[in-house]
Design a binder for this molecule. Structure first.
Ligand SMILES: NC(=O)c1ccc[n+]([C@@H]2O[C@H](COP(=O)([O-])OP(=O)(O)OC[C@H]3O[C@@H](n4cnc5c(N)ncnc54)[C@H](O)[C@@H]3O)[C@@H](O)[C@H]2O)c1
Length: 311
């Protein structure tokens, strides 16, 4: 790890806000540079504005700062991405190809690429979704991330670039209120429970989706990135699973702590996206290759979220 200099793109989002701190603990504050197109809400010791669409600036930034690893988080998520598919492709895919080329030409040590359960589609098996399956994503987000995975693998096989990826499920956390994803309800529900003791859910009852609590998201990301390369058998992205939940199961668990809490349902366009995704994930390859094991289930996640946010 000595001599490593880390760049995070899209660092002000739900995941980057927490990953920056975890990486600083490992590599030191001076060696981790958080970047985004908007200023962070809280002060970060090393932060710079950097637009990933400006590939010459990205290249110069990587060279000038002697970056050795990139955690490439900047993207438009599933729901927001549908508003402007062509732009989403440009941001999620075109900018990623440029980064892969920079990684090859500047001989970066490692690149982290976050993929998603959004790569699954109506033809993917809904339960225990296998690592390799039928992928016909229903959103431009899913298409851009799946194609990104294929290009990660291509750059690894053709140029030896060490690219590693995870197919994150819906991420639940309490520091940042997310926007633009289809699994946001699992976070919004806690903010609304705290603010008004009720939540109007944009998905209907019975919609079960795979989720993961942020401490496990950090654990998976860091374990994968620090695993010996010889144990990594795919440069696409690994399936990882935490737990599955539906809005009413989550609401019932919250109600056990906050008896006045009520949930109502008013499904919108995100229902169709959620319906195209799967319910649970077979993550046996990650378990086999780098000993992945989630620590939180729904019950322990809700207990901790309530303690952190409400009680
Ligand atoms: N949060 C989840 O549930 C989830 C699930 C699966 C995959 N992921 C993936 O993980 C990554 C991080 O997700 P997140 O939830 O933190 O996303 P987020 O939307 O919270 O954050 C994305 C960040 O990217 C920044 N950004 C947008 N355009 C940019 C540009 N041109 N240049 C630089 N930065 C730009 C935004 O300002 C934002 O801070 C994404 O690639 C996402 O696809 C997230």
């Amino acid at each position: 790890m000595e001599g490593d200099r880390i760049l995070l793109t899209g660092a002000n989002g739900q995941i980057g806000t927490e990953l920056t701190i975890e990486l600083q603990k490992i590599y030191g504050e001076d060696n981790v540079i958080a970047t985004d197109i908007r200023e962070p809400s809280e002060r970060i010791s090393r932060f710079e504005i950097l637009d990933i669409l400006d590939s010459s600036k990205l290249d110069a930034f990587i060279a000038e700062n002697k970056i050795s690893q990139v955690y490439h988080l900047a993207a438009l998520l599933s729901s927001k991405g549908e508003e402007n598919p062509a732009f989403t492709w440009k941001l999620n895919f075109d900018a990623y190809i440029k980064l892969l080329e920079i990684g090859r030409d500047r001989q970066l040590k490692k690149i982290f690429f976050p993929s998603t359960i959004g790569i699954y589609g109506p033809t993917t098996p809904k339960r225990d979704t296998p690592q390799n399956s039928s992928f016909e994503p229903a959103t431009v987000y899913g298409i851009s991330k799946f194609t990104g995975e294929l290009w990660s693998d291509y750059f690894n096989k053709r140029y030896g670039l060490d690219v590693r990826g995870l197919r994150y499920p819906g991420v639940i956390s309490h520091k940042v209120r997310p926007a633009g994803g289809t699994t946001d309800f699992a976070v919004e529900i806690f903010f609304d429970a705290r603010e008004k003791s009720s939540y109007n859910c944009y998905l209907k009852a019975g919609t079960r989706l795979p989720m993961m609590y942020m401490p496990d998201v950090m654990k998976a990301t860091l374990e994968l990135m620090h695993a010996d390369r010889s144990s990594i058998s795919t440069s696409m992205a690994y399936n990882i699973h935490g737990f599955s939940l539906s809005p009413e199961e989550l609401a019932a668990e919250i109600k056990s702590y906050l008896p006045d809490f009520e949930i109502s349902y008013n499904p919108d366009h995100r229902q169709a996206i959620a319906d195209s995704w799967t319910e649970s994930i077979d993550d046996s390859l990650a378990r086999r290759d780098w000993s992945w094991n989630a620590e939180y289930d729904m019950t322990s996640m809700v207990k901790d979220m309530i303690e952190q946010m409400i009680k």
